[in-house]
Design a protein around this ligand. Structure first.
Ligand code: PMP
Length: 362
């Protein structure tokens, strides 16, 4: 029996054990090559197989329309905060940002460096406890695109459905909830996500792009910052993060064996509810940060009655083998990140611990 922590890290975060074990098994001699994946040329047929398989599996599992491009880039979701406006925010237009948390703020700040932006909606005044309703979204004439963050990793809120934006391209940062449930990808002009939560190790950033977007993209950009470069070269313009892409492919195979996104959603709901129920049935001992209608399946945020008690909660949890339950350093409190690869047993164990801790400390 391998020792595995109850890993509730916000990212990088838990990976499926079978994926780690397979990677271990294949590490020094990948498919009879006498080399590890990391040692293969990115121009070799063997690597290309890994690369293309990951692309087609993601398309299949996420229901990505055939004509869409799937790219594997570097620089994290943070570089996408810049690449999106660089490519798609021309001087005569404005980009709308839906402000639902700290990552949306960062995305907006980067876009501001490139061009004109406006807040299409914001719940900042309400401590980002909720996702705005569709009728709160404002569009301005000549909106270049509307940007939203599908899951707010720090505040623990998540969109349940997405607005129809008509001719305005909808762009989403799905870093912390991609593949946690089925999504109608055809609503989006561009989706991006750092891999290190639901998709694999850090170092790869997935971009899903509707092809017509390339026609409106700026041509006056450095080669590496143009989506067109990576589309044209199947994300092999330069050396891609080959090991990360291999791991991503293995995580996708695991998602398939788990029954795909529909089954993962069912499981994720069950997992999150184990913890939300412990909060809701605690008579106010634990207080959820997000409004119930906006609660995230991935990041469960809560507070205790005092910072002192929170400190004790985190210290006791640590002793019992729980990792990563502290809230983001910017907001404090507690957060359990129950991404796809976090097993149900870990959530059950956390729930049991929360109930026990309450009994002992109420
Ligand atoms: N967006 C969201 C929603 C995130 O959760 C994160 C990372 N936690 C980022 C962007 C930044 O991602 P990266 O570190 O890959 O740049």
């Amino acid at each position: 029996q391998v020792h595995r922590a109850y890993n509730f890290n916000a990212g990088p975060s838990a990976l499926p054990l079978p994926v780690l074990q397979k990677a271990q098994e294949e590490l020094v001699d990948f498919r009879g090559s006498g080399m590890s994946v990391m040692e293969l040329s990115h121009r070799s047929a063997l690597y290309e197989e890994v690369h293309n398989e990951a692309i087609s599996l993601l398309k299949e599992l996420y229901g990505i329309p055939e004509e869409y491009h799937v790219l594997f880039l570097q620089g994290g979701a943070s570089l996408q905060f810049s690449m999106v406006p660089m490519n798609f925010l021309p001087a005569d237009k404005k980009a709308g940002y839906v402000m639902t948390g700290a990552w949306a703020e960062k995305a907006l700040a980067e876009a501001k460096l490139i061009g004109e932006v406006f807040e299409a909606a914001s719940t900042k005044e309400e401590a980002y406890r909720r996702i705005p309703q569709f009728d709160e979204l404002k569009y301005e004439a000549g909106t270049a695109y509307l940007h939203l963050t599908s899951n707010n990793t720090i505040y623990g809120t998540q969109w349940t459905d997405f607005p129809d934006t008509g001719d305005v391209p909808l762009i989403a940062d799905m870093s912390s909830d991609i593949l946690c449930k089925p999504v109608d990808v055809s609503k989006f002009a561009l989706i991006y996500a750092g891999a290190q939560k639901n998709l694999g190790p850090s170092g790869v950033t997935v971009v899903i792009l509707r092809p017509d977007m390339l026609e409106r993209a700026s041509k006056n950009l450095p080669t590496m910052l143009r989506y067109a470069t990576h589309v044209k070269n199947n994300s092999l313009y330069n050396t891609p993060p080959t090991f990360g892409i291999y791991m991503l492919g293995e995580v996708l195979k695991w998602v398939k064996t788990m029954g795909g996104t529909r089954e993962l959603e069912r499981l994720n709901r069950e997992k999150a509810n184990l913890i939300y129920d412990a909060i809701d049935n605690s008579n106010g001992f634990y207080r959820g940060h997000a409004e119930p209608g906006s609660r995230s399946l991935m990041n469960i945020t809560f507070r205790l009655q005092s910072e002192e008690l929170e400190k004790k909660f985190l210290a006791d949890a640590k002793k019992e083998g729980f990792v990563g339950l502290n809230g983001h350093r910017s907001v404090g409190g507690c957060r359990a990140s129950a991404y796809n690869a976090v097993p149900r047993e870990a959530c059950q164990a956390l729930r049991d611990f929360m109930i026990r801790f309450q009994t002992e400390n109420a």
